[in-house]
Design a protein around this ligand. Structure first.
Ligand SMILES: Nc1nc2c(ncn2[C@@H]2O[C@H](COP(=O)(O)OP(=O)(O)OP(=O)(O)O)[C@@H](O)[C@H]2O)c(=O)[nH]1
Ligand SMILES: [Mg+2]
Length: 688
């Protein structure tokens, strides 16, 4: 592959609701630029971009794949992201390393929940955007309908760059409003505008020129003075207006049928910014200061790892060069692990295929194999000029399952497999929950977590079953209580003897455990006091009431008795443990449950249902907001009530609702529920 300079590169993320045709679009471009001899199809598993086993099975993308499209001395790095909401992590990482977003809107469906989400995230990032009304060849396409869906649901200044010629099965091509020429399906150059579209084209062009003029002060002056703007000037103005996010141009295509592809490619190259045109990048240097550098080969090296993937050949780190040039066969610095890493071969990726290159210039995207301990979010730099770029912003998990290894060999491999899965996907988390002794895998939705379980099997050979996780309750006390306990055991020779007097007091919410000694006059000696503390800690772990870990307790040992022969540390440990349990049981023990802050975003029409439902989940509403047509509710909700929320919110809002959640604190379980939980736990114990 030719070596591309910064100005010859465009990095574009393809984003949308699932199934809007992103992957098919890339397959069409790979075919049209003679990379493939047959066009790959998502539906029969032949797509170069959907190469993962689960993608072939599901006929839909689950991870971002990259295609370098070479066209007229320019390389477009297209990042084909998955549209399904569960894979939002892949979208976030793609948006972090691209300079613009091509948003696909399915021509029949119009704006869908996934469209709104990517609209929001690209808007938050102030990215230049282009809207592609896609699958124009589908039966039942009505351009008016999809345009009004866009105008009603997305908040932006849209401007048509093209007029479609025909719609649905009659879709034949587009009128390019810049050149005022028709571009027909066969890809053959330009032709005259069909007569029946001439007036409409003039009208639309007028709006386009106006929008372009507003993008640049000099152009605006010229325009207001009544001068004619050249095609180049219009493009310039439009590009500037897009870069400052003032304007979002709209184009049309039907990639599967190959209609209106070449004009689209040209538009992408002309309108999306070069990597050096979006402004400098920020990184923290060795002195801990923020440093700004241009995206330029002469800037200090900064290569950001935005994705890690493992296959049978080992680990691949996907990176984007922000500053400097990354050379193959070099040794560079990983600022996150503060260590040198060796860059052997550098590859450019095309789906699963790797094409080796000597170097990557600033702005480019590629991958390096076996980069030692380097991980996603690390920045590679020069040892003499250390730089650290900010990590990719990812949401917290919203769905969790408990995973159980099937056989003994699966037990041994479990943690390695989960760690490797989580390293590949930063929205996938795992932890061992001490309160329930379960291994928890959590992610962005049930499909996300299901696929992770399948990958554990297919990639790492670990068989897992999954269940709904138990709620990790805790126990605490509500008042002070004192107790004493004697541990006495006499079996033949020397026995065991310990007597302990202990008081428990309730601590603040955030404190877990404190231990004090008020033992006076050496009633028990120092090593035995420590043994009592150890015993208290054991009791803390195992709970007093229902076997959940206890928290928020201060234990004070204030008296005791030892025996010159029979007292041993183990005896005091046991006495401490039992005394603590006894004291805690008499100190008004209560159950605590994890409470999350939940933010729900739904179409305003669904607000009533969502509020009613939240109430039935013991939620405490913290606030409500309205943004355009959407309502946002913030509430505190116990985790126990959130187990099936992903499915429930989908059905309540016809798939248009989304939510996020983050752990807030532990809160008191209401008395009537506490009784049920304790009883259930007791039953469980009896059955063991
Ligand atoms: N009629 C028509 N169908 C298309 C076109 N492009 C894609 N499709 C079909 O739409 C479906 C989804 O296409 P994909 O390319 O997988 O869409 P995607 O956006 O990559 O989907 P996700 O990866 O799941 O987000 C497939 O069945 C395609 O065959 C098109 O131009 N016209
Ligand atoms: Mg896809």
């Amino acid at each position: 592959m030719k070596e591309y300079q910064t100005t010859e590169i465009r990095n574009i993320a393809l984003v949308s609701h699932n199934g809007a045709g992103k992957t098919t679009f890339v397959e069409r471009l790979l075919f049209d630029t003679q990379v493939t001899t047959r066009m790959g199809q998502v539906d029969n598993g032949s797509a170069a971009m959907d190469f993962e086993e689960e993608e072939v099975n599901r006929q839909s993308s689950i991870a971002t794949a990259i295609a370098p499209i070479e066209w007229k001395d320019t390389k477009l790095n297209l990042l084909d992201t998955p549209g399904y909401v569960d894979f939002v992590g892949e979208v976030n990482s793609a948006l972090t390393v691209t300079d613009g977003a091509l948003i696909f809107v399915e021509a029949v469906a119009g704006v869908e929940v996934g469209t709104e989400l990517v609209w929001q995230s690209t808007g938050d990032r102030k990215m230049p955007r282009l809207l592609l009304i896609n699958k124009m060849d589908r039966e039942n396409v009505r351009v008016n309908r999809v345009m009004s869906s866009i105008n009603q649901n997305l908040d932006g200044n849209f401007i048509q760059l093209q007029l479609p010629i025909g719609e649905g099965t009659e879709f034949k091509g587009v009128v390019d409003l810049l050149s005022m020429k028709a571009r027909m399906e066969d890809g053959s150059g330009a032709s005259d505008i069909p007569d029946d579209l001439a007036d409409a084209a003039e009208e639309a062009r007028f709006l386009l020129i106006e929008a372009a003029a507003e993008g640049d002060d000099d152009l605006l002056m010229k325009y207001l003075e009544g001068e004619e703007l050249s095609e180049e000037e219009i493009l310039l103005g439009l590009k500037a207006a897009m870069l400052s996010t003032q304007v979002v141009p709209i184009i049309f295509a039907a990639p599967q049928a190959g209609i209106a592809i070449h004009p689209l490619l040209e538009t992408l190259i002309e309108l999306f910014p070069k990597p050096n045109e979006v402004g400098s990048f920020t990184a923290i240097n060795a002195a801990g200061e923020e440093e700004e550098n241009e995206v330029d080969d002469i800037s200090p090296l900064a290569a950001f790892i935005f994705k890690t993937r493992e296959d049978q050949y080992g680990k691949m780190s996907y990176l984007r060069i922000f500053g400097g040039i990354l050379e193959s066969d070099s040794r560079i610095w990983d600022s996150a692990i503060d260590s040198e890493v060796r860059v052997a071969t550098i590859n450019v990726l095309r789906g699963r295929e790797t094409i080796s290159v000597d170097r990557l210039h600033s702005g480019d995207i590629g991958s390096v194999n076996k980069l030692g301990d380097a991980a996603t979010n690390d920045t590679l730099c020069d040892q003499g000029h250390k730089l650290t770029m900010p990590p990719i912003d990812q949401p917290n998990p919203i769905v969790a399952v408990a995973v159980h290894p099937v056989s003994q060999s699966d037990v041994a491999k479990l943690t390695t497999a989960l760690s490797r899965l989580a390293a590949e996907d930063l929205t996938l988390h795992w932890n061992s929950e001490r309160a329930t002794r379960e291994t928890i895998l959590s992610g962005m939705g049930s499909v996300h977590v299901d696929i992770a379980v399948k990958k554990a099997q297919s990639k790492f050979g670990v068989n897992l079953t999954s269940t709904i996780p138990k709620v990790p309750y805790r126990e605490t006390i509500t008042r002070t209580n004192s107790s004493n306990y004697t541990h006495k055991k006499q079996t033949g020779g020397s026995g065991q003897y310990a007597r302990v007097f202990l008081r428990v007091e309730s601590l603040g919410d955030d404190e877990e455990f404190e231990f004090e000694s008020e033992v006076f006059g050496g009633a028990i000696s120092a090593p035995y006091v420590s043994a009592v503390q150890k015993g208290c800690r054991q009791a803390l772990e195992n709970g007093a009431m229902a076997g959940y870990p206890m928290t928020g307790i201060r234990a004070i040992v204030y008296d005791g008795k030892e025996h010159p022969v029979d007292s041993k540390e183990i005896a005091f440990q046991i006495a401490g443990r039992e005394c603590f349990r006894k004291a805690a049981l008499g100190a008004g023990p209560v159950l605590l449950e994890p409470i999350y802050e939940v933010t729900v975003t739904v179409p305003a029409d669904n607000m009533g249902d969502i509020m009613g439902d939240l109430n039935s989940r013991r939620a405490r509403v913290l606030g409500m907001d309205q943004e355009a047509t959407r309502a946002i509710v913030r509430a505190e909700v116990p985790l126990a009530e959130m187990q099936s929320y992903t499915a429930d919110i989908r059905s309540m809002s016809q798939g248009r609702g989304v939510f996020s959640m983050k752990f807030l604190r532990y809160g008191r379980v209401p008395a009537h529920l506490q009784e049920q939980i304790v009883a259930a736990k007791q039953k469980e114990k009896e059955q063991e």
